[in-house]
Design a protein around this ligand. Structure first.
Ligand SMILES: [Zn+2]
Length: 274
């Protein structure tokens, strides 16, 4: 963009409430004394009051409850009484009724009349990973074992919700680790992946949480997690690219340090199985 074009653009950007005054994009304040766009952007990013990503704010495992990276409302949801749960669902259903109205439907039409409560219940199921307890999932499935070769469970189906659009992303995750005298029951790897996917997620964090929690539980020589997923927010809207998929990975310990180990993992997850 030429300087001239940039100037023209600047002079036409207006803030609601101060229609006459353009932003000063270089200084810290606009001419009417309000903080500039850049200052406000920086303070919104650096604001210490703003909640950060769940795996940065707290310890990975809440030792008392066994929750992993609990978010702000997690404990409230987990510890509520049946009456409080009923009230929560009714509140959600009310909001969804509004959504149905807003998209241009008649919420009293027979077909959608019960949709608000149905959707509220479905959404609670899609996000039940918030309530799941690591201790229950592991449930005495950590075994002392003299095994130090790679263990891989691959192509675990994942169904999650993108936290930016609250629409699904679906895909497959592969998990590998090299034990250090401790192994975990194989089905538990899939359970851990499922627990983290049943939350509002971004694929990058989901991948990392699976890897970091395994590292924490087993203290193995290393953990590797890769995930390939298709995001409905890309496929159904916006760029509309059916067939596009997003790949993420998280390598810890020997998988990060030793390229040969990492290669072996990647080769094994690519190989055609059974
Ligand atoms: Zn999205």
């Amino acid at each position: 963009m030429s300087t001239e074009a940039a100037n023209v653009k600047n002079s036409t950007v207006k803030e609601p409430g101060s229609p006459e005054k353009p932003f000063d994009s270089t200084g810290s304040e606009t001419s009417d004394g309000r903080p500039s766009l850049i200052t406000r952007f920086h303070s919104s990013v650096l604001d210490p009051e703003r909640s950060s990503s769940p795996y940065r704010v707290a310890e990975a495992i809440d030792r008392e409850g066994g929750l992993l990276w609990p978010s702000k409302g997690t404990k409230l949801r987990k510890d509520e009484s049946p009456e409080e749960r009923k009230e929560r669902l009714e509140r959600m259903a009310g909001a969804i009724k509004t959504v149905i109205e807003c998209v241009g439907e008649d919420p009293d039409r027979e077909g959608v009349m019960k949709t608000p409560m149905r959707y509220a219940q479905a959404l609670m199921f899609f996000t039940q990973g918030y309530e799941q307890n690591m201790k229950d999932i592991i449930n005495q499935a950590v075994f002392e074992e003299d095994h130090d070769e790679m263990v891989i469970v691959k192509n675990i189906d994942i169904f999650s919700l993108c936290e930016h659009h609250m629409v699904p992303f679906v895909g497959k995750v592969s998990i590998g680790y090299i034990p250090d005298k401790r192994v975990l029951g194989l089905s538990k790897l899939a359970r851990i992946a499922e627990m983290f996917s049943r939350r509002l997620q971004v694929q990058e964090r989901l991948t990392k949480q699976i890897a970091m929690s395994l590292q924490e539980i087993l203290k193995p020589q290393g953990v590797a997690v890769t995930m390939e997923a298709s995001h409905m927010c890309m496929v159904m809207r916006g760029v509309q690219k059916p067939g596009s998929s997003t790949v993420t990975s998280c390598m810890l310990g020997v998988f990060r340090e030793d390229p040969k180990t990492r290669e072996e993992f990647l080769r094994l997850i690519r190989s055609q199985g059974l």
